[in-house]
Design a binder for this molecule. Structure first.
Ligand SMILES: *Cc1c(COP(=O)(O)O)cnc(C)c1O
Length: 368
């Protein structure tokens, strides 16, 4: 791999293949695989990732909002796309672009039926979402009768699946809670099937659910973070490979005297003769101010260089007093060795947040 000469997010599609195959190996052959590619495929590139996974025969895709699905359709993705959190303003677009909505309350169910009927749809595929404890989106268990009677009264839509979402599938201390979620999902599903008279697909597991609750894979699983290389334990992390590496370069080195300050608000004061490097990546690129003032770090020639002072919009300054380096040298923000999860922990957050924050200003480069 050639060294970075500018800020770049490298996306290793071979690692994506590895992660997909690893997650698939946890499933029964008949269990379908839905790849969650919302938020630019967790900050990478939703089109490149979805195309790659379509070739690997992922069965389904999911995005959060309809416009994310439109981008995939424009790029030629033909597999079904579930929109996890559609709002009524996007219902026409959803039907126009063959996207499949999650319907999570009476208002969106009624409004979607109305639009599907106006457009003379027949059996338009929809996914009914139930709340089993996350208390975020979804119908309640006792809504089943009302949903079924609405579905029976129209031929415009058909429930292709019913699903729910786990609140703490990664947390071994919450096994009881998660098992209760799975059990109430089973109760809802059998009640629903009995009343509607056919069997929609069932799905509840995200990545950690796939790894921790083999008995709850049902007809399909929905994997996001695992595809991008992060599991829910040190062991699982070692079975997966982070697909994204964020790299940059040293633009300038400064020698700073004792008591001189560095950056805005003079937030860092040198304690001695010190050396700093300025790196062309800032909060506009996704390195939030939370990483400033010594919390976050970058890697230069294999050594950790803490971010000093405040993170600027387009730059950070790091302490390289004890690092042998020069202007033009490569800087690793995170890669498969110094992974995003570790950097996220330095600011008390999680890999999901740092990955999805990488802004569209950062060029993407693909390794195939
Ligand atoms: C984001 C999301 C997922 C993917 O979760 P991971 O933990 O990244 O695997 C699955 N289902 C729903 C409803 C989601 O919102």
């Amino acid at each position: 791999m050639s060294k970075a000469k500018e800020t770049v997010l490298e996306i290793d599609l071979r690692a994506l293949t590895h992660n997909f195959n690893y997650l698939k190996s946890k499933l029964k052959p008949k269990t379908k695989f839905l790849a969650v590619v919302k938020a630019f495929a967790y900050g990478s590139d939703s089109v490149a990732v979805a195309k790659h996974l379509e070739n690997l025969e992922a069965d389904y895709f999911a995005v959060a909002y309809a416009n994310e699905g439109v981008v995939l359709r424009d790029a030629g993705i033909t597999k079904p796309i579930l929109v996890l959190h559609p709002l009524p303003t996007s219902f026409k677009t959803i039907i126009d672009r063959c996207l499949e909505p999650s319907l999570y309350n009476t208002k969106v169910l009624n409004e979607f039926i109305e639009i599907a009927e106006t457009q003379s749809q027949k059996n338009y595929p929809v996914h009914i979402k139930f709340n089993t404890g996350l208390n975020r989106l979804g119908f309640q268990e006792n809504d089943v009768d009302a949903i079924v009677s609405k579905l029976k009264a129209t031929s415009a839509i058909k429930a292709k699946s019913i699903f729910s979402h786990l609140a703490a599938s990664e947390d071994k201390n919450e096994v009881n809670f998660t098992e209760n979620q799975i059990n109430s999902f089973k109760t809802i599903a059998s009640n629903f099937e009995n009343k509607i008279g056919y069997k929609p697909w069932l799905h509840i597991c995200n990545t950690s659910g796939v790894l921790n609750y083999l008995e709850a894979h049902f007809d399909m699983v929905r994997c996001g973070i695992g595809l991008y290389g992060f599991g829910n334990s040190a062991t699982e992390n070692s079975n997966l490979q982070p697909i994204a590496s964020l790299k940059s370069v040293i633009s300038q080195i400064h020698n700073i005297k004792e008591k001189e300050s560095v950056g805005y608000n003079r937030a860092y004061i040198a304690k001695d003769l010190e050396k700093t490097a300025t790196i062309p990546i800032g909060h506009a690129d996704g390195i939030g101010r939370i990483y400033g003032k010594g919390k976050g770090y970058v890697i230069i020639n294999g050594k950790k260089a803490p971010i000093i002072g405040n993170v600027c919009m387009d730059m950070i300054m790091v302490n390289i007093t004890r690092i042998d380096c020069k202007e033009g040298d490569e800087v690793i923000i995170f890669d498969s060795t110094y992974n995003a999860s570790g950097l996220a922990q330095s600011a008390n957050t999680i890999s999901y947040e740092i990955l999805t924050a990488i802004s569209q200003r950062v060029p993407r480069k693909f390794l195939r």
